[in-house]
Design a binder for this molecule. Structure first.
Ligand SMILES: [Fe+2]
Ligand SMILES: [Fe+2]
Length: 328
């Protein structure tokens, strides 16, 4: 996503230690990374490397911490105590993930207390897909099979490829848990699909809404992405389109298997999954549906920047701990 390379956090929160690197230091780091080497400490980084690494971890941290305020009300819409326990467990995992990532940022002198509780909500780097509140148990389950899967694919790539060793290693546990969230969603969706035509229709309606929103989680297509420091420094291993392909390769067969329609298919000739529409497209927030007409990336990015309806309320809920005594 262009936002994966988004501008850094406000300067107050980042240590202002000046780092100036020579071209030789840049080339030496690059050669080391190309040979498969890792970076273990801030002292081994060039300023450019440090910037892209902090931006990457910061966005991942914001996405993790957003899950609790976004899904908090869904806890109380669970169909059973089993569902509620499973969701509470997943949200506790997510808070653990947020803790891991904000803790890593502290190694760079960043004040994470300030970052979470005093930053203006509009400055959090959450994604459009995470700015919509699940309305019932069905949309929560669809969120797991699509949104958690997108998150899992993103963090699995970081675990397997990130050149900053402490970050890559910290993601092993995170990824076991993310995959469990996806599996829980798949289990729930299978169950909903067994409950008759009325429920199946509701599941399909939610898919129609959520699928395009999650397909754009991976950001702009590779032909328009201009900043590639993440790949240049092997902070991550795969491009936006490659990650989107991995996501499609799991979610499309699952949906087809359980009888859900998605606007994507396997292209036999090319040997890859393709969307049935061309990115980017816009969500009509008044009509509450996607307009499948291709627009410019400028228009799409403007919609992402405006944000979904639940971004500010969710972050306000988090910062003011508005759940009171009923967190779980
Ligand atoms: Fe997570
Ligand atoms: Fe998750």
């Amino acid at each position: 996503m262009t936002t994966l390379n988004a501008p850094l956090l406000n300067n107050r929160s980042i240590s202002s230690k000046p780092i100036r690197n020579t071209e030789i230091e840049e080339l030496a780091l690059q050669a080391r990374l190309n040979a498969g080497g890792t970076v273990e400490d801030e002292s081994e980084m060039t300023e450019r490397y440090r910037n892209v690494l902090i931006a990457t971890i910061s966005i991942a941290a914001d996405l993790e911490v957003m899950t609790l305020p976004m899904q908090h009300n869904a806890l109380f819409k669970s169909n059973s105590i089993d569902e509620r326990i499973a969701l509470a467990s997943a949200l506790q995992d997510e808070m653990g993930h947020a803790h891991v990532m904000f803790r890593l940022l502290e190694d760079f002198g960043i004040d994470t207390q300030e970052l979470i509780f005093e930053r203006a909500p509009e400055n959090f780097k959450t994604f459009y897909n995470l700015e919509w509140e699940p309305v019932d148990a069905i949309s929560t389950a669809i969120g797991h099979i699509m949104g958690d899967l997108a998150g899992y694919i993103t963090t699995l790539d970081l675990e397997q490829n990130c050149s900053y060793g402490p970050y890559a290693r910290s993601l092993r546990k995170v990824n076991f848990e993310e995959n469990f969230h996806v599996k829980r969603g798949e289990y729930s969706v299978r169950w909903f699909m067994s409950l008759g035509p009325e429920i199946r229709k509701r599941v399909q309606k939610q898919i129609d809404d959520t699928f395009p929103r999650t397909a754009e989680w991976f950001g702009t297509t590779d032909d328009v992405k201009s900043r590639t420091d993440q790949l240049h420094y092997r902070v991550r291993g795969h491009s936006n389109d490659q990650l989107r392909q991995q996501w499609l390769a799991r979610v499309v067969p699952f949906c087809e298997e359980v009888g859900l329609k998605v606007p994507a298919h396997f292209d036999e000739q090319r040997g890859i999954y393709v969307l049935d529409y061309q990115l980017p497209i816009l969500y009509d927030e008044k009509l509450e549906k996607w307009d499948f007409q291709t627009v410019t990336w400028k228009e799409k990015i403007a919609q992402w920047k405006r944000g979904g309806p639940f971004k500010i309320p969710a972050l306000t809920r988090l910062q003011q701990e508005l759940w009171g005594n009923s967190l779980w």
